[in-house]
Design a protein around this ligand. Structure first.
Ligand SMILES: [Zn+2]
Length: 152
């Protein structure tokens, strides 16, 4: 069966334990954002095309929209990844420019990161739920409001 997602891969330094990850799928940095996704391992320099019309509509599968990118502007994604050494859930900023992955860098998930990026992976709902002790599902709007108010 064809996979409808891909993996971002990069050697990621863990902000919690300091270990640097392998550049492979074990860090669970999956993404549904690419057109014609097929389970590929995608690193810096690899081609990455979004589905036609997705950016103009400001809707990207698997992500919440922080800010719709302008035409031709580099697209900035926040994606979670898992440290295999200590198990912590960490975040990365991926920049896609001219249909190619320009950078994949570890970043703290904070208000600065929200302010400079366009899309955040939808599992950020669980980060928001932790921040407010929510036990019910949050809507996308609730998730973004909580993150913008309560992240450092
Ligand atoms: Zn770690």
């Amino acid at each position: 069966m064809a996979l409808n997602y891909d993996w971002f891969v990069a050697a990621m330094p863990c902000p919690v334990c300091g270990a640097v990850s392998a550049r492979d799928e074990a860090i669970e940095m999956y993404t549904y954002a690419r057109a014609h996704s097929d389970g590929a391992d995608l690193g810096v320099g690899d081609a990455f095309a979004f589905p036609p019309g997705a950016l103009a509509a400001g809707i990207l599968d698997g992500y919440l929209t922080l800010c719709r990118p302008d035409d031709g502007e580099p697209v900035r994604l926040l994606n979670s990844w898992r440290c295999r050494t200590c198990g912590s859930l960490n975040w990365a900023e991926i920049v896609v420019a001219d249909d190619r992955i320009a950078t994949i860098d570890a970043t703290p998930l904070d208000r600065n990161a929200l302010a400079r990026t366009h899309f955040i992976q939808n599992n950020a709902e669980f980060v928001a739920a932790d921040l407010v002790g929510a036990t019910a599902r949050l809507t996308d709007d609730e998730t973004l409001t909580i993150l913008r108010r309560l992240l450092p």
